[in-house]
Design a protein around this ligand. Structure first.
Ligand code: XMP
Length: 329
């Protein structure tokens, strides 16, 4: 019968047939399930002729870089170069408020860094890498167009733009897409066979532009990113503690570019407002906002205001998609 063990063995053989014994392969890891499982299976096939890069763009969640690097290195033994490019991205994003412009800048800087990584690798190896691994899934293959006139770029398109169309032309990398025939739940099954930790396989999706689309307006203003990281971590940890994480498609906090009046002790404050968003969904195309119990929301809001300096108000997003989108930008 059809078994994921067989799919895994078969895929490893296929990769070994494609990649010649002297050839090298590169892969950009996002910290998400798909690129991680794709890299892991390629690593099983060709070992350290795989070269991965993980970019810290300064827009990652609380301790994200440390957490994913630990999984890559300690659990999966993947050869990963971690590039700290926070300053580069944030310098370029200074003063930028338009959401699509933010995405464009982030995509452009990512390509610069990726290009630099590939060139250094070529120099070190004395030959060009031949292949690029991508975590493309079956749904990405069959459905590739963003809704016309939406003004937003759909995530599937983003991924392909980001990784294929966006690569420097002279790089001439051929693609390896080991997940091309799989659905998301099958990728998780494959990941299990490859010993990717269960907690990692169940992570919520996270957008490529990261917290830049969750800090409304200029992401470099004040300490918005730092505040958002702390709020988001409290929210996610509370969801995990309540055993709700796996019932939710995506949950996160949003930093609003406004201040409101509050009172703490006998002090009047004029501080930041954060929004909490949690949705259920099958594929991200439509979504329903998630009903938390009042007690849960009350605890989370108190915890946030008590422990995150600079926040005096918490609101919840109670819109579904449509009419809203999942992200706020
Ligand atoms: P929206 O906000 O359009 O999001 O309802 C649908 C899904 O896509 C993710 N998303 C992105 N992913 N680059 C990405 O890689 C992006 O620019 C982007 N924008 C949204 C979003 O997190 C949700 O899972």
């Amino acid at each position: 019968g059809w078994k994921m063990e067989n799919v895994s063995d078969e895929e490893i053989k296929v990769i070994n047939n494609i990649v010649g014994p002297e050839e090298h392969v590169i892969c950009a890891l996002s910290g998400g399930v798909d690129s991680t499982v794709a890299a892991t299976i390629v690593h099983k096939a060709i070992g350290d002729r795989l070269h991965c890069i993980f970019v810290d763009n300064g827009l990652l969640r609380y301790k994200e870089r440390e957490r994913v690097m630990e999984t890559f290195e300690r659990d999966l033994h993947l050869p990963v170069t971690c590039v700290d490019a926070a300053k580069q991205f944030l310098d370029e994003l200074k003063g930028v408020t338009d959401p699509e412009m933010k995405r464009k800048i982030i995509g452009r800087e990512f390509i610069r860094i990726f290009d630099d990584f590939a060139q250094k690798l070529e120099h070190k190896l004395g030959r060009k890498p031949s292949y690029l691994v991508q975590g493309t899934l079956y749904p990405d293959v069959i459905e590739s167009c963003p809704p016309p006139g939406s003004g937003r770029t759909h995530s599937h398109t983003i991924k392909s733009h980001h990784n294929v169309g966006g690569l420097p032309k002279d790089m001439k990398l051929k693609l390896i897409e080991p997940l091309k025939l799989l659905f998301k739940d099958e990728v998780r099954q494959l990941g299990r066979i490859l010993n990717v930790p269960e907690g990692f396989l169940k992570r919520h999706p996270f957008p490529g532009p990261g917290l830049a689309v969750r800090v409304l307006g200029d992401v470099t203003e004040g300490n918005a990113l730092e505040i958002l990281r702390q709020v988001d971590e409290i929210f996610i940890q509370s969801i995990k503690d309540a055993g709700l994480y796996d019932s939710i498609w995506q949950a996160f906090a949003v930093f609003l570019p406004i201040r409101s009046v509050g009172v703490q002790g006998d002090q009047r404050t004029h501080s930041h407002v954060v929004a909490l968003r949690a949705v259920t969904s099958q594929d991200g195309m439509t979504a329903d906002w998630y009903y938390f119990e009042h007690k849960f929301l009350d605890d989370v809001a108190r915890k946030i205001c008590n422990s995150v300096r600079g926040v005096n108000r918490v609101v919840q997003d109670i819109t579904s998609k449509p009419p809203s989108t999942i992200e706020w930008e």
